[in-house]
Design a protein around this ligand. Structure first.
Ligand SMILES: NC(=O)c1ccc[n+]([C@@H]2O[C@H](COP(=O)([O-])OP(=O)(O)OC[C@H]3O[C@@H](n4cnc5c(N)ncnc54)[C@H](O)[C@@H]3O)[C@@H](O)[C@H]2O)c1
Length: 303
């Protein structure tokens, strides 16, 4: 996709972190934006920032896990600005800890937002993009799903999050194949960042009451949260840098967007071990960072 100017971008999770940064880059490229977020206040603050830049921007408060609400988002965006060119299925939440300690509510919350939220976006926006493409040979669209490095690699104490992000990578690859059957005008991409300083460490702030656990967090969950927060605070790229890289990748029609290089060796190693039928802990033997994380977790859990 080469031309962003005067196009329309929809961004879920647009009130904070990567979504907010993507909104700023979209506006800097001359796009109109529709931001969706479950947090009304954060959404309004981001919209104010964008309008101060003379951007055309509207907001919709919704929960991406609610299919009907995402359908209404698509209707609203199109009614207000016309056909959508970029759809960022970006809203996401995280949790950690030993996989068997995760509750039914943990599974429902993470899979609801991270997986169903993306599926809802694909279902609501793809048919509209295909209609726009059929009506106008000059139309170009792209659906960009935010996964994570955790969508390509597994590690200790990041169970549901990693499962959900692997699902986002698979969902995106399936969408890529299916779009290839019907059009060249609508594309898709999957964004797989490593740690970026955002507010995801405080994502419990958006957890619905009916999906909140009544029990206290376990030792492994507390240890993982503390380690992840430390990693988030020390991310090697800012959200703004990741957003800029994402737009450049969309411009080049890249499907896999890896803002940092560290993934390549780890991925090669993971698949080499799968092909050679070796056990899964071996791929990480070479990673100082992942080994250190594992040792810190072991120590925290056994304390
Ligand atoms: N920060 C990182 O290190 C990192 C790394 C890899 C992937 N990601 C992914 O990036 C995406 C954005 O996260 P972020 O790091 O910017 O976090 P963030 O918490 O700063 O922003 C996420 C936004 O999504 C919104 N949101 C959460 N649940 C929602 C729901 N049900 N419906 C609508 N909006 C909802 C939040 O209110 C928030 O504004 C997520 O999918 C996350 O998994 C983040």
């Amino acid at each position: 996709m080469k031309n962003f100017k005067d196009g329309v971008a929809v961004i879920t999770g647009g009130g904070s972190g990567l979504g907010q940064a993507l909104a700023h880059v979209a506006v800097s490229r001359g796009m109109k934006v529709v931001l969706a977020d479950v947090q009304a206040e954060a959404l309004e603050q981001t919209l104010e920032q964008l309008r101060a830049l003379n951007a055309e921007a509207i907001g919709v408060v919704l929960d991406v896990a609610d299919a009907a609400a995402v359908e209404m988002l698509a209707e609203r965006a199109e009614a207000h600005f016309g056909p959508v060119n970029l759809m960022f299925n970006n809203a996401g939440v995280a949790s950690g800890g030993l996989i068997w300690e995760s509750t039914d509510k943990d599974w429902d919350w993470l899979l609801g937002v991270n997986v169903k939220g993306v599926a809802n976006g694909i279902r609501a926006f793809t048919p509209r993009m295909l209609t726009a493409a059929a009506a106008n040979p000059g139309y170009q669209g792209c659906i960009v799903n935010t996964a994570s490095l955790a969508g390509l690699l597994t590690g200790p104490a990041m169970g549901i999050y990693s499962v959900s992000k692997h699902a986002v990578v698979a969902l995106s690859e399936c969408l890529y194949h299916d779009l290839g059957l019907v059009t060249e005008q609508v594309r898709t991409a999957v964004l797989c960042p490593s740690y970026v300083t955002t507010n995801i460490g405080q994502c419990h702030r958006v957890r619905p009451a009916e999906l909140t656990n009544s029990n206290e967090p376990t030792r492994s969950q507390m240890a993982t949260a503390a380690l992840s927060q430390n990693n988030l605070n020390n991310g090697s790229l800012t959200a703004a840098e990741v957003a800029e890289i994402t737009f450049r990748s969309i411009e080049q029609d890249n499907f896999y967007i890896f803002p940092t290089n560290e993934v390549h060796d780890l991925l090669r190693d993971r698949f080499k071990h799968i092909v050679e039928e070796e056990n899964p802990d071996l791929p990480y033997a070479q990673s100082e960072f992942l080994n250190a994380r594992r040792e810190l977790l072991k120590e925290a859990i056994s304390r």
